[in-house]
Design a binder for this molecule. Structure first.
Ligand code: UD1
Length: 374
């Protein structure tokens, strides 16, 4: 039983389902969507872009506080487990649905399999960090995307035998979808913008922001938008706005900080649109985990507007630089990249488009072992 809930889960599960189907013998899968993300732009469009099958079951939990959302997923997931009796529950990433379904499964004695295990930002104020730590503690089989994850897990008492370094399934999706990426100019035109703005000497930048720590406080969001407005004088910026961020810009009365000639606000974008926008960009400014990885795989310089990252390999080997929310650091990072001093990076080990196949093979072997060994 494979679980997805929120946007970043969809690109992780797509290659896993494909690898399960291609495995000999095929690994049967039942797809549950918790409904944590429900907007067409946050969910349906991505299913389409990633050629994901329709979920076998949608729990339709919707939005709520963390407690309400997590509890609602748990309540609605339990009967599905009782009814379908899967051999394991496979969860991906670090969203509330990941933890909620793992918790239900482990208490029912159903093995939990976690894809993208062992990533740690070290920052427990992030809801995702709590979800990561707890999910890994109750998982029976853990698949990691980078080698540093094993050390994190061992520090928390997870036995190395439970852990398998499989690589990055997000990058499997990127490889599979890149030929279908949508041209950036077409994306702008589709939203009624003049695509000529992309053709300036400096190119263009792509921005995404949605972390509560960056967008939920008026003063923090104001300062970030002011800095981005300054960046936009150097190169035009295309924003793909998360619903939370759009709502907060309105609520805090910050819309006047947006320079419409140089800052293009788009609704949340599909996967193929994002790939096209990122692929053609001079740089990406983001607080997303997924974009840190995708820019590294694409070789596009990334400035991460956070103090920490759970994906250190993107900084050590990839194109990522942590700049926090500090205005001077952000502007200096942009200057460096525009002067050709940005990171070129290299693609990390096992970010090769075959991670899901390694997971399918390992999981099949693992599930075939006598039960007592689990
Ligand atoms: C969730 C994940 C985060 C991930 C992000 C990607 C958790 C704790 N966080 O954060 O790790 O990076 O998804 O987007 O699980 N909303 C809509 N339409 C939707 C979904 C949400 O308008 O389809 C709005 C609602 O106002 C909602 C808010 O966005 O209250 C936040 O949604 P939620 O799922 O709680 O968390 P995200 O901030 O999206």
């Amino acid at each position: 039983m494979c679980v997805v809930g929120a946007r970043p889960n969809f690109m992780k599960i797509a290659p896993i389902l494909r690898a399960f189907a291609a495995h000999q013998p095929p690994v049967p899968a039942f797809l549950v969507h918790t409904g944590q993300h429900y907007d067409a732009s946050m969910s349906d469009k991505l299913f389409e872009d990633l050629a994901l099958p329709r979920p076998d079951l949608n729990l339709e939990v919707g939005s709520g506080s963390h407690a309400v959302q997590t509890a609602e997923v748990m309540k609605r997931f339990e009967p599905a487990l009782d009814e379908h009796k899967p051999s394991c529950v496979l969860v991906v990433g670090d969203v509330n649905s990941t933890l909620a379904c793992s918790l239900v499964a482990v208490k029912k004695g159903v093995p939990v399999v976690h894809v993208e295990a062992g990533l740690r930002s070290g920052d427990r104020r992030m809801p995702e960090e709590i979800n990561r730590v707890l999910t890994d503690q109750i998982s029976d089989r853990l698949y990691t995307t980078e080698r540093s994850a094993l050390a994190n897990l061992q520090r928390e008492g997870v036995a190395a035998e439970r852990v398998c370094f499989a690589g990055n399934v997000m990058i499997d999706s990127l490889h599979a979808s890149r030929p279908r990426a949508r041209n950036a100019a077409d994306t702008l035109r589709a939203h009624g913008h003049d695509a000529g703005v992309l053709n300036g000497a400096a190119g263009y930048g792509v921005v995404t922001l949605h972390r509560p720590s960056n967008v939920d406080h008026a003063e923090v969001l104001r300062a970030l938008l002011e800095t981005l407005r300054t960046v936009a004088q150097r190169l035009p910026l295309v924003f793909a706005l998360h619903p939370r961020t759009r709502a907060n810009i309105e609520r805090f009365g910050l819309a006047e900080l947006v320079d419409p000639a140089r800052m293009i606000l788009l609704p949340p974008q599909g996967y193929l649109e994002m790939l096209g926008l990122m692929g053609g960009a001079a740089l990406v400014l983001t607080d997303s985990g997924g974009l840190q990885e995708e820019t590294t795989a694409l070789g596009v310089p990334c400035l991460t507007l956070r103090e920490n990252t759970e994906r250190p390999i993107t900084v050590e080997q990839g194109t990522n630089t942590m700049v926090g929310r500090d205005r001077a650091a952000i502007l200096a990072g942009v200057d460096d990249i525009l002067a050709g001093r940005g990171k070129h990076g290299r693609v990390p080990e096992y970010w090769d488009g075959h991670a899901a196949e390694r997971i399918a093979a390992d999981l099949w072997r693992w599930l075939s072992q006598p039960r007592a060994e689990h």
